[in-house]
Design a protein around this ligand. Structure first.
Ligand SMILES: [Cu+2]
Length: 115
């Protein structure tokens, strides 16, 4: 193999690695209380799996909804569950609680997905 061929092979391998790499998963905890989430923004990248350990530390029931990803997760007081999704498009997506009055009280946030 000539030097030029070796460079070509090395470049091709690097390009393939760059194209096939997927971002590391984002693992986080989101805590609901009466009446708020403990984070109002989640930043992720296209193709990055987001794993949320969702915990309800409030006395009331609290939902976690993202319409675009089909997520609708109602927790009773003291419950927790794991929510996972992988955005495939950049954009901003609202999450919110739809228990009566909670969205109006500010129980919402934004998932910001970048390329
Ligand atoms: Cu709520």
């Amino acid at each position: 193999m000539t030097y030029a061929e070796k460079i070509l092979v090395a470049t091709t391998v690097l390009l393939l690695a760059a194209c096939s790499s997927t971002p590391e998963p984002l693992n986080m905890t989101l805590v609901a209380t009466d009446i708020a989430y403990d984070a109002d923004n989640i930043s992720a990248a296209v193709g990055q799996t987001v794993n949320i350990e969702y915990v309800n530390n409030g006395a009331l029931e609290h939902n976690f909804i993202i319409d675009e990803f089909g997520i609708d997760n109602l927790l009773q007081s003291g419950e927790s569950s794991t929510i996972s999704f992988t955005p495939d498009q950049a954009g901003t997506y609202e999450y919110y609680c739809n228990v009566a009055g909670h969205l109006e009280a500010g129980m919402k946030g934004t998932v910001t997905v970048s390329e």
